[in-house]
Ligand binder design. Sequence first.
Ligand code: SF4
Length: 376
Amino acid sequence: MEIYIHIPFCVKKCLYCDFLSSTADDETKEKYVKALCDEIKSGQNKIESVSSIFIGGGTPSILKAEFIEKILSTVYDNYIVNSDAEITIECNPGTLSYEKLLAYKRSGVNRLSIGLQSAHNNELKELGRIHTFEEFVENYKLAREVGFENINIDLMSGIINQSLESFEDTLKKVVKLNPEHISVYSLIIEEGTALYEQVKRMDEEGINIRPSEDVDREIYKSTKQILSSFGYERYEISNYSKAGYECKHNLGYWTGISYRGFGIGAASYINYGNEAIRYKNTDNLTEYLNGNNTKTEIEKLSMDDMISEHMILGFRLGKGISKSDFYTKFEMQLYDRFGDVINKYLANGFLIDKDDRVYLSDKGIDVSNYILSDFL
Ligand code: SF4
């Protein structure tokens, strides 16, 4: 199984952010770490072996290093963590120091995921990020000095006033640093965020500040081209890595491994083979700090639900769905279940069937939402 730990604190709210995160004082952070450790202890499952731990947020690197050490040692005391487990912490430039990075390393963290988003300071400003590109480079070099050999950099496309050229320039600056992994997600402007209001105001004045869908599509194509020329493989719709550096934790999500989430709003998924359960922790910070962690959105998944999820998540992966793996998991042949749909998309070149695997072609990726809905 995998473990996810949510740290819901940030230096300040980015303009586009609708994640469960907020600013907080030192006392609240300390209380939260205590409540989190209590929750981890109450998970009491020493028999399950853990293949990955992901400390996400928010901005986990905002916490004092000793808190991260405390959280991880609580996990080690209460779970069997595999010796080759991937242990990631999400960091934001501007919140890292040499001492913090050393403490992460000491406590077993072996992968950093750094939120850069753009190499252009004007775009970072549009997003309301707290850092500049130069601060990111400084932090990145520090991480290498400390000895981190597995680093992901998060980038964003579709930023206000971003052009194809400025995105490509970001990409080229980032590959020069030679990270092992790069994620590129499109900016989604969610209702309720400050950016949503800003864009709405501009729209009302007839000014379009968002890159067009054509630019977004060009960015997507160019990302794959540029990154593959530097040795990165697109192994998932939005994720690229050097060989052997795919994110184990996310691969686990996409292939249906059980995970337990700790902290406010964290989701858990327990896979029992022929059925599964999914639920979320309370997203109320005050309740959580008082030890009142009511589970919400409890959902029981039948075998049919699990099969649908297997298809939807599997097609996000570059390697797609393995026919033999499908048989092992569900005791039925992939083609007996989905032969009609698969054959339809094979015929028009949206799917490819090769060496035990069925996966989306490049042209299939462009219309993936449409294709995936056929597997529900
Ligand atoms: S750093 Fe991430 S979680 Fe924090 S406000 Fe910005 S987008 Fe949201």
